[in-house]
Design a protein around this ligand. Structure first.
Ligand code: DGL
Length: 271
């Protein structure tokens, strides 16, 4: 049986920046008793335009940091980092539960009537072998339209998620996918749910817009249960850490989560 003290250890959660906060919200709702450490690797955002080698190196640095903090599990609410690095991390840390994220291609394949699915994600995710395998497995008969949107990542990092600027930003990519027949949109990057309202305004009310935050939160809960690591009661919370400027994370994360947060700097050796 697991020592109950083990269950009070924190869970490490990281993304290239603030995108993973869209999943953190779901995690906090699903497992409110858990303590979380969220790292925004802002000094290296965007991951989506970096080489696989760089994204793997950052994943290893993040994991070393989390291990130094004695986490009991890691969640990677970053499609790009999951695609590039989750297999390597699981190989190197076989005893640590590691939960990744992938674009909602499976539910999209069930929902589409036109057989055309629009996937908005990063270049890194869309070009990955993991994404190709996902499409082949879950939507072999569908036509998948890809649209990398690195500028959306940067807009969310700046907190530009609403108003005319956000509307204008999402207009061309969303129209491009819909004009080619997509009748479902997959948000395959965790930054994009923060642009949901702008995307909805552009796509209209009938187009499903899929994200995977709640599914990741449920999967994390399941994995903790399987390993006997779930914390059944007590006060949960979240510590925020960044490889960038803590004042910027404080401002943007407070805006996106709509609660005041404080942030600290990631120790230099992990930056
Ligand atoms: N939010 C991340 C994702 O889900 C990465 C975005 C980026 O840094 O390019 O892919």
């Amino acid at each position: 049986m697991t020592d109950p003290a083990e269950t009070t250890r924190p869970i490490g959660v990281y993304d290239s920046g603030v995108g993973g906060l869209s999943v953190l919200r779901a995690i906090r709702c699903q497992i409110p008793h858990e303590s979380l450490i969220y790292v925004a690797d802002t000094a290296h955002v965007p991951y989506g335009e970096k080489s696989r080698h760089t994204v793997v190196a950052r994943a290893l640095a993040m994991t070393e940091y989390f291990v130094s903090r004695r986490v009991k599990a890691i969640a990677i609410p970053c499609n790009t980092a999951t695609a590039a690095a989750v297999a390597t991390l699981r190989e190197r840390y076989p005893d640590l539960p590691i939960i990744g994220i992938e674009p909602a291609v499976k539910p999209a394949a069930q929902l589409t009537r036109s057989g055309v699915i629009g996937v908005l994600a990063t270049t890194g995710t869309l070009n990955s072998a993991r994404f190709r395998a996902l499409v082949q497995r879950e939507a072999p008969a569908a036509r998948i339209l890809h649209r990398p949107c690195p500028e959306w990542v940067l807009a969310v990092e700046n907190g530009d998620v609403s108003g005319p600027k956000a509307q204008e930003l999402v207009q061309a990519p969303v129209r491009e996918l819909l004009d080619q027949g997509a009748d479902v949109l997959v948000l395959g990057c965790t930054h994009f749910p923060f642009l949901h309202d702008a995307i909805r305004a552009c796509a209209g009310p009938a187009i499903p817009i899929l994200e995977t935050g709640p599914a990741v939160a449920r999967q994390l809960e399941r994995k903790l249960g399987l390993h006997g690591l779930a914390r059944p009661s007590g006060e949960g919370g979240c510590e925020f850490v960044t490889s960038g400027d803590p004042r910027v994370l404080q401002r943007i994360a407070s805006q996106l989560l709509q609660i005041p947060i404080t942030a600290s700097a990631l120790p230099a050796r992990y930056r």
